[in-house]
Design a binder for this molecule. Structure first.
Ligand code: S3P
Length: 172
């Protein structure tokens, strides 16, 4: 596929930098940045924690699934996914045929630092955030590990992460 027609899809656990990296990456490449959670919040008319509380996680996953199908049908986007997009293999299959899928990673300690004061992530709400992070990371490990293109973000600036993805994209 012609590189300019492809999408770049950023997956990875919460707090791995998908949004920060995606915004800058899109700017660099003259592509459109789409944050999946933002689209869902706008369409549902309520924040993510409220969607989880009022409609339940399965409802959120079905909305997320539909949005993946929609975005996979378009081109020229950098897509920042929600961390749980890997839970449905169909999502990764669809994105895999629509563009370059890159997994951002970070150790649990760094993730905790990045999400410590965040109240917008229902799966990490309440106390014992580290235990929650480790539990979910562990449960999803194989799913994230199955993505061949990866960038470990821990000791890199946003700019450096973007550079690495640009190199992957151009060489693709
Ligand atoms: C989720 C990650 C969130 C959001 C929702 C569920 C997850 O997105 O989609 O809270 O299951 O990992 P971010 O990865 O952007 O925080």
């Amino acid at each position: 596929m012609n590189a300019s027609l492809r999408n770049i899809v950023l997956v990875g656990f919460m707090g791995t930098g998908k949004t920060c990296v995606g915004e800058l990456l899109a700017k660099r490449l003259g592509m459109t940045f789409v944050d999946m959670d933002d689209v869902i919040v706008e369409r549902e008319g309520k924040p993510i924690p409220q969607i989880f509380a009022e409609e339940g996680e399965p409802y959120f996953r079905s909305v997320e699934r539909e949005l993946v199908r929609e975005l996979a049908g378009r081109t020229g986007q950098v897509i920042g996914t929600g961390g749980g997009v890997v839970l449905n293999a169909d999502n990764i299959r669809d994105f895999g045929s629509a563009g370059l899928v890159v997994c951002l990673t970070a150790p649990p300690e760094t993730i905790l630092e990045r999400v410590a004061h965040d109240t917008n992530r229902p799966l990490l709400a309440g106390s014992d955030k580290m235990q929650k992070i480790r539990g979910i990371l562990d449960a999803r490990k194989e799913l994230y590990d199955a993505i061949p293109l990866r960038v470990e973000t821990d000791n890199l600036t946003v700019d450096e992460v973007v550079q690495r993805i640009v190199t992957m994209y151009r060489g693709d």
